[in-house]
Design a protein around this ligand. Structure first.
Ligand code: GLC
Ligand code: CA
Length: 548
């Protein structure tokens, strides 16, 4: 495969995240599946991506949509069979696309054979695979909370102990202090490597080294020791991409995680830019405006700090986040323009960009009746806030803005029943705007959001400055423009984005006539020379190249 001998192949490519349940159904049961993905590989090849990060497809009771795994070495029948998975890996490879699996190593499902054994007795050989504390029924070991609401402890009468679950009660935490657990996991990972996968995304990896007695959840003292062992025993034996999910990462920590010596991962997902519209001490559900200058500062700091001593992941969206065009763009009048602007802003930076399914179409958030929501986190919050006496309309406003289901509505393929996602009844309602927003109408249309992503992916392949150019933020105090340069021996890029919905003038004083306009979301005729060089339309984004 192209670039497979190149150790850092993942620095050049763009990765596409698939949430399998919502991508493409192939057998009419209303649930996306592996054969559905195979049917859509040509679409992804046309987009130009180099790898797919596939959210979990292993056997699971689906309490948290597959992030609760009951068998790491079986495919959930809902998604297909192991043969389908092998075929998907092969078919993707035929198109130059690698498969990145989602590894959930912090916890299993409570229906995993290990946990079924573990809760039988304290003497059971699997008991110590999980995290237990003595206590009495009704007297919790401490007040630790689950990320999905309620206590993080659950009583098991058979053993007279509580087990820890940082997520749902059906997601008991694995005990990483136990060497046997670690070895079991490494064996399983090597087994997947032999199947030819191209890499792994590591779910909530910064929570594996928890120390509940000190109420430590992420960044526990043994975290990097565990990760280095994990990397040594598995990933370092192959030419893989690895990306850890680390909500608690700072640039300092990210330099460790993504150390170029390869001792941990290729990169991490950090969330500093994502939580900016969440105020200190508040929950994500308490809505607040985006502090724009802070967004620039945070992204610039990550760019600068990791330059040549680490590697960034670049993303706006994933299956846990609302749609970026609805969040920081404008999903009404300027949906197309603002979706492209956000794409340009992100893809011009240094790091590996991730596209979440439907982002390349400018798919938007939804506003459903509460009965239409499926996400456990959303439903728990709804009940909790109801009990606390919040107003129904306020609760729904939060859900419209932040529910994870905004990202999980079925992929919008065409203007046909259920957007072409399924011939049956979809497991979650399709966003009614599929009639205007769908892949079929965008592929081949030079003005579509899809074509914008396609162009950005091509530019990254064509110009080395996208990959290794040094980043510099311009106009840090400007309240409207997000502007920066990237520079290497071949040239200097100017990425200039009007972040808002009013026309604006950019105060950068450069000789624009000397530069080549590589991209403009209003078409290339616009923006080169004369007055138009400084006048920007709503959400206008341009990329200029100055060749050295
Ligand atoms: C990660 C996943 C999320 C899941 C959680 C627990 O944050 O992205 O979807 O609910 O881990 O596994
Ligand atoms: Ca199906």
């Amino acid at each position: 495969m192209e670039g497979s001998k190149n150790k850092d192949w993942w620095k050049q490519c763009v990765i596409y995240q698939i949430y399998p349940k919502s991508f493409q159904d192939s057998n009419g049961d209303g649930i996306g599946d592996l054969n559905g993905i195979i049917q859509r590989l040509d679409y992804l090849q046309e987009l130009g991506i180099g790898a797919i990060w596939l959210s979990p497809v292993c056997q699971s009771p689906q309490d948290d949509n597959g992030y609760d795994i009951s068998d790491y070495q079986e495919i959930d029948p809902m998604f297909g069979s192991m043969e389908d998975m092998e075929r998907l890996i092969q078919e993707a490879e035929n198109r130059g696309i690698r498969m990145i699996m989602d590894l959930v190593l912090n916890h299993t499902s409570d229906e995993h054979a290990w946990f079924v054994e573990a809760k039988k007795s304290r003497e059971n050989p699997y008991h110590n695979y999980y995290v237990w504390r003595d206590g009495e029924e009704g007297v919790l070991p401490n007040d630790m909370k689950s990320c999905f609401g309620g206590s993080a402890w659950e009583w098991v009468p058979e053993v007279g102990q509580y087990y820890l679950h940082q997520f749902s009660v059906k997601q008991p935490d694995l005990n990483w202090e136990n060497e046997t657990v670690r070895e079991e996991l490494y064996r399983m990972i090597r087994w997947w490597m032999e199947k030819g996968v191209g890499g792994f995304r590591l779910d909530v990896i910064d929570q594996i080294a928890k120390e509940p007695d000190r109420k430590i959840t992420n960044n526990g003292p043994r975290l990097h020791e565990f990760i280095q062992e994990l990397s040594r025993e598995t990933f370092q034996r192959g030419n893989l991409i690895t990306v850890g999910e680390a909500w608690g990462a700072t640039p300092e920590l990210a330099k460790k995680y993504s150390n170029p010596d390869g001792s941990e991962f290729s990169m991490v997902f950090q969330f500093e830019h994502i939580v900016l519209d969440q105020e200190e001490g508040k929950e994500k559900w308490d809505l607040a405006p985006l502090p724009f200058l802070e967004l620039k500062r945070v992204l610039a700091r990550w760019q600068e700090e990791l330059y040549q001593c680490g590697w960034n992941s670049l993303f706006w969206d994933n299956h846990d986040l609302p749609r970026i065009v609805s969040r920081w763009g404008n999903d009404m009048e300027y949906r197309t323009e603002s979706a492209k602007m956000l794409a340009v802003l992100l893809h011009g930076m240094q790091g590996t960009p991730y596209i979440y399914q439907g982002e390349e179409l400018g798919m938007t958030n939804v506003q459903y009746q509460i009965e239409e929501y499926r996400d456990i986190e959303t439903l728990n919050m709804y009940l909790e806030r109801k009990v606390k006496g919040y107003k129904e309309s306020d609760i729904m406003e939060s859900i419209y803005a932040k529910s994870r289901d905004n990202a999980r509505t079925p992929m919008q393929w065409e203007d046909a029943a259920n957007a072409g996602f399924t011939e049956g009844k979809p497991w979650m309602k399709v966003n009614p705007n599929y009639r205007e927003i769908n892949a079929k109408s965008q592929v081949g249309d030079p003005d579509s959001v899809f074509s914008c992503y396609q162009a950005l992916i091509q530019m990254r392949k064509q110009y080395s400055v996208f990959v290794d150019g040094k980043f510099q933020l311009l106009l840090p105090e400007d309240e409207r423009f997000f502007a920066y340069t990237r520079e290497n021996q071949d040239g200097k890029l100017y990425v200039i984005c009007n972040f808002y919905g009013e026309p604006a003038e950019c105060s950068l004083d450069e000789d624009w006539g000397k530069m080549e306009l590589l991209y403009c979301n209003y078409g290339k005729e616009n923006g080169n020379g004369g007055n138009s060089a400084i006048a920007y339309q709503p959400y206008e984004a341009r990329i200029y190249l100055l060749r050295q």
